[in-house]
Design a protein around this ligand. Sequence first.
Ligand code: SF4
Length: 112
Amino acid sequence: MAIDPEFEDNYEEVERHEGHRVWTPDGEDPTEEKQGIHGTHVAVDFDICIADGACLEDCPVDVFEWVDTPGHPESEIKADPTHEDQCIDCMLCVDVCPVDAIDVDPSRAGRI
Ligand code: SF4
């Protein structure tokens, strides 16, 4: 399962974390086991992320930082798009993510 590129329509914004939006499919607050999507311009589905780390290594402008997610079934750290405002839309992270957890859309840049 890949991140839903239409999450703005299909998910609800529930909170902000480290300056970016957090979205869940049902509008419920995130839990240890259901973390939702973090970010808007650069969106990472924490429930898909397996902490592979390629996005952190390859992003030329260091958009991502590790964040602890203890108790999550896929991985206990996640690639958080902490600096999504610095994204230059190169799409490297989208290409290297082995589980298609990341969606980047320049049209969403003004909505972070
Ligand atoms: S699209 Fe490029 S610049 Fe933007 S977060 Fe991904 S790797 Fe970084």
